[in-house]
Design a protein around this ligand. Structure first.
Ligand SMILES: [Zn+2]
Ligand SMILES: [Zn+2]
Length: 139
């Protein structure tokens, strides 16, 4: 735990941000989560710490600006955040349940886009792929 905290502190500082307790807690929480989390999710889970929601939001956006988190909108106009690290590096598709709204990370899939006429952004993978359907709990 202490080692983990030292590592978080070093990563945050290496990206030019102050390693405040709330910022470290936000980064730790998003990194520990296996699906993208919204500002509301993070604020609820850290509610017992007494930080206000605006502080937590600022931490999320600061961490996203320096590239430690990625922001994604799966189409419901809610920003969700996920950690950018080795196993979660490249932009990957997200599954969105059309019934309960659950968002899950999907493995990277290869689109055969080299064969088709597609906008440059698609060819350069600067797009987000969202897969919609019913999750296991809703099917
Ligand atoms: Zn569902
Ligand atoms: Zn993801």
């Amino acid at each position: 735990m202490a080692k983990n905290l030292d590592e978080l502190r070093a990563v945050v500082r290496a990206n030019g941000l102050r390693a405040t307790p709330s910022r470290l807690a936000v980064l730790e929480l998003v990194r520990a989560s296996d699906a993208p989390v919204s500002h509301g999710d993070v604020a609820d889970r850290l509610a017992s710490q007494g930080w206000d929601r605006a502080t937590i939001y600022r931490n999320l956006t600061d961490l996203a600006e320096v590239g430690l988190l990625r922001r994604t909108d799966v189409g419901d106009h809610v920003w969700r955040f996920e950690a950018v690290n080795a196993e979660h590096d490249a932009a990957h598709p997200h599954f969105v349940c059309t019934e309960c709204g659950t968002v899950e990370c999907m493995p990277q899939i290869e689109l055969a886009i080299h064969r088709v006429k597609a906008p440059r952004a698609v060819k350069q993978r600067q797009v987000e792929v969202h897969v919609r359907g019913l999750c296991d709990a809703c099917i």
